[in-house]
Design a protein around this ligand. Structure first.
Ligand code: HAS
Length: 563
C-alpha cells in the first residue's frame, strides 16, 4: 500500500538512527570478549573504560535498538492491517522524545558519567541526564500506543464481527505490557534515582530500586520478543511456502503474554535476601507459566513449517526440514527468522534452567546468564529486527537489496557465531566464571595471583564466536547502508507477506477483546507484587553509600580504609 511521505520519513529515521548507533554497540560487544579473554590486561581501551563499553553495548543494543524498532514496526503493522496511518504529530512527538532522550543518555555514557550498565542498579550512580534521557526514551516509545488504540477502536466499531488481525493483536498486547511495566521504572528513575543523583537525597532503598527495575526488566524482554513473534506467526509460514497451522493458537499465546510477562520479575532476585521465599516461589511458578506461550509457539510453528515442507514436496516424517527455502535470496527474511528460531530453542531451554530456584543458585551472576540472553535477545529478537529493518527499508524506498546472496547467509553466520559464543559463556558459567567482570585484569592475567586457567578455553571460545558475530554484523552494515545508496527501481510501498491460516477457527469473542485479559493481568500483578514491595520497604538493607562512577569502591569505605 502507499503511505504518506511523513510516515515513510518517520520510519526511515526510526530504523536508521538505531542501526547507526548499533555500530558502536557491536564494537563494544567484541571488545567485551577481548577484555574478558585476557587478550589485553587493561581497564580501558581507546580511552573507553570496560564498564563504560559494557554500558554502551547493553543500552544501545538492548534498549535503544529494540525500542525504536518496536515503534517503527508498530506504525507499519497498524497502518498495513487497519489501513489508517497513526496521528502525524503524535508520532513525531514520540520520535523527538525518544531521540532527545537517546542523545542525553548517549552523552552521559560517552563522557564516562554513566557507567552503570543497562540495569543501572544503585549504588552505581549515573549523571542525572542519563536517567532523564532513559525516561524520555521510554515515554516517547509508548506514546504511539494511544494513537494506535484509537485507530483500533474505530476499526472494531466498523468491523465488530471480524477477527482483529493477529499482527494488530500482537502490537497492542506488546505496547500494553510496555506501558504497564514502564510505570515501575519511571517511578524508580523519577522518585528514587534522579533525586539521589541530583544530591537532593542522601541515599536510596537499593532493594526497592531493584524490585521496581525487575518489575519492568522481565516484561522488557517480552517487549523485545513480541515483534519477532508477530513476524513468526504472520510472515514466516507464508515465506516458507505454507500456512499458519492455527490462528487461534497465535491469539492464545499473545494473550497469555499479557497475563504472565510482568508478574515474574522476582526470578531475577532469587538471591536477594530481602524478598521472602513465598514470593520467590510464587513468581517462580508464574515464570514457568510465561514459558507456556512460547511452547505453544514452538509447536504451532513446527506444524506450520511441516505443512510448508510437505507442500514443497517432502514425503518423509522429518524431510520437511530439508525442503524449506533457507538460501532463497528473494525470500531472505525467511533466513533471518528461521535463524532466530533455531537459537531460541537453546535460549528457551537455558531460560527454564534459570527459572528453577535451585539451578538458579548455580548459574546466577555467572557467564551462563549472557550465554542465555544472547540466544534470546541476540537471537530471535536481533535477527528479526535487522532482517525486518532491511525488508521495510527496501520496500518503502523501492531500492533493491545490495549484495542479495551475501545478505541471505548473514543470519546463518550470526547463528554459528552465537552458538560458539554462548557455548563458551554457558560452559564458563557452569565452572564459576563471573559475568560483568573484566577478567583480563586478574583471573585471565597469568601474572596475577588470581589467574584461573580453567577459564582460558571458555573465554577463548566466546572470543571466537564474537569474531564471527562481528563479521556477520559488518556484512549486514554493508548490505543495509549499501542498499541506502542504491537507486530506486520500483515504487516505494509498505507491504508484508501475509500468511493465511490452515485452521482459521471461528471468531471466539474472548480471544478478540482486551478487557477481560487486562482485568486478570491487573489482578495477577497485584497478587505477585504487593507482597514484594512490602518486603522491599520492610527490609531495605543498608542504603546505597555515596559512590562515584570513576571509583568502584563506595566513598565511605574508601575513606575508612585510607590510613
Ligand atoms: Fe530470560 C535472565 C528466565 C526468555 C532475556 N533473560 C535474562 C536476562 C536477559 C533475558 C537479558 O528465571 C539477564 C538479565 C540481567 O541482566 O540480569 N527467560 C527465562 C524464561 C524464559 C526467558 C523462563 N529471556 C527470555 C527472552 C529474553 C530473555 C525471550 C529476551 C528476549 N531469564 C530467566 C531467568 C533469568 C533470566 C530466571 C534470571 C536469572 C538470574 O539469576 O539472573 C522463557 O520465556 C523461555 C521460553 C522459551 C521457550 C523456547 C520455545 C522455542 C521456540 C523455537 C521453536 C523452533 C522451531 C524451529 C519451531 C520454551 C519458539 C525449528 C526449525 C529448525 C530448522 C530446527
Amino acid at each position: 500500500m502507499n503511505i504518506s511521505k511523513s510516515l515513510k520519513r518517520l520510519i526511515y529515521w526510526e530504523l536508521g538512527i538505531p542501526l547507526t548507533l548499533l555500530t558502536i554497540g557491536i564494537y563494544h560487544g567484541l571488545m567485551q570478549t577481548i577484555f574478558r579473554a585476557g587478550v589485553i590486561h587493561q581497564s580501558s581501551f581507546a580511552h573507553l573504560d570496560y564498564y563504560q563499553g559494557l554500558t554502551l553495548h547493553g543500552v544501545i543494543n538492548a534498549v535503544v535498538l529494540t525500542s525504536y524498532f518496536a515503534v517503527a514496526f508498530g506504525h507499519a503493522t497498524i497502518t498495513f492491517y487497519l489501513k489508517k496511518e497513526p496521528h502525524k504529530w503524535v508520532s513525531w512527538l514520540s520520535f523527538w522524545l525518544m531521540t532527545i532522550g537517546t542523545l542525553m543518555a548517549a552523552w552521559a555514557m560517552l563522557a564516562g558519567k554513566a557507567s552503570v550498565l543497562y540495569t543501572f542498579y544503585p549504588p552505581l550512580k549515573a549523571h542525572p541526564l542519563f536517567y532523564l534521557g532513559a525516561a524520555l526514551l521510554i515515554v516517547g516509545s509508548w506514546i504511539p500506543l494511544f494513537s494506535w488504540a484509537n485507530i483500533y477502536t474505530a476499526w472494531k466499531k466498523e468491523n465488530p464481527q471480524t477477527k482483529t488481525p493477529l499482527a494488530v493483536v500482537g502490537t497492542l498486547v506488546n505496547f500494553t505490557i510496555w506501558f504497564v511495566c514502564t510505570l515501575a521504572v519511571a517511578y524508580e528513575v523519577l522518585v528514587l534515582l534522579l533525586p539521589w543523583a541530583m544530591g537532593w537525597k542522601a541515599t536510596v532503598n537499593v532493594t526497592l530500586a531493584r524490585t521496581l527495575f525487575w518489575f519492568f526488566g522481565h516484561a522488557l524482554v517480552y517487549f523485545w520478543l513480541l515483534p519477532a513473534y508477530i513476524m513468526y506467526y504472520t510472515i514466516l509460514p507464508k515465506l516458507a511456502g505454507g500456512k499458519l497451522f492455527s490462528d487461534l493458537a497465535g491469539r492464545i499465546s499473545l494473550f497469555l503474554f499479557l497475563l504472565f510477562s510482568v508478574p515474574v520479575g522476582v526470578h531475577h532476585q532469587f538471591s536477594d535476601p530481602s524478598i521472602s521465599r513465598g514470593i520467590k516461589m510464587f513468581q517462580g511458578l508464574l515464570t514457568f507459566g510465561v514459558a507456556v506461550p512460547s511452547f505453544i509457539t514452538a509447536f504451532t510453528l513446527a506444524a506450520s513449517l511441516e505443512y510448508a515442507g510437505k507442500k514443497r514436496g517432502s514425503k518423509t516424517l522429518l524431510g520437511f526440514f530439508a525442503k524449506l527455502p533457507y538460501l532463497d535470496a528473494s525470500r531472505y527474511l525467511f533466513a533471518y527468522l528461521i535463524g532466530g528460531l533455531i537459537l531460541f530453542i537453546f535460549g528457551g531451554l537455558t531460560g527454564i534452567v534459570n527459572a528453577s530456584g535451585v539451578l538458579n543458585a548455580v548459574v546466577h551472576n555467572t557467564a551462563w546468564m549472557p550465554g542465555h540472553f544472547h540466544m534470546t535477545v541476540a537471537g530471535p529478537v536481533f535477527l528479526s529486527i535487522i532482517g525486518m529493518s532491511l525488508f521495510l527499508y527496501s520496500g518503502l524506498s523501492g531500492k533493491p537489496v545490495f549484495l542479495p546472496r551475501v545478505n541471505v547467509i548473514i543470519p546463518y553466520l550470526w547463528v554459528i557465531g552465537i552458538l560458539i559464543f554462548s557455548t563458551g559463556l554457558s560452559w564458563g558459567g557452569l565452572i564459576g566464571e563471573p559475568r560483568r567482570t573484566n577478567l583480563g585484569m586478574t583471573y585471565l592475567n597469568p601474572k596475577n595471583e588470581l589467574f584461573t586457567p580453567e577459564w582460558v578455553p571458555t573465554t577463548m571460545l566466546a572470543l571466537a564466536g564474537a569474531i564471527i558475530m562481528t563479521f556477520a554484523a559488518l556484512l549486514f552494515f554493508i548490505v543495509f547502508f549499501g542498499t541506502m545508496l542504491r537507486k530506486k527501481t520500483a515504487p516505494g510501498v509498505l507491504d508484508f507477506p501475509v500468511t493465511e491460516a490452515l485452521h482459521d477457527e471461528k471468531r471466539i469473542p474472548l480471544f478478540d477483546t482486551f478487557k477481560p485479559w487486562l482485568l486478570i493481568m491487573g489482578i495477577v500483578i497485584l497478587l505477585a507484587y504487593i507482597p514484594a514491595f512490602i518486603n522491599a520497604n520492610k527490609n531495605p538493607g543498608p542504603g546505597a553509600p555515596p559512590f562515584t562512577p570513576a571509583n568502584p569502591v563506595p566513598e565511605q569505605t574508601a575513606q575508612t580504609s585510607t590510613p
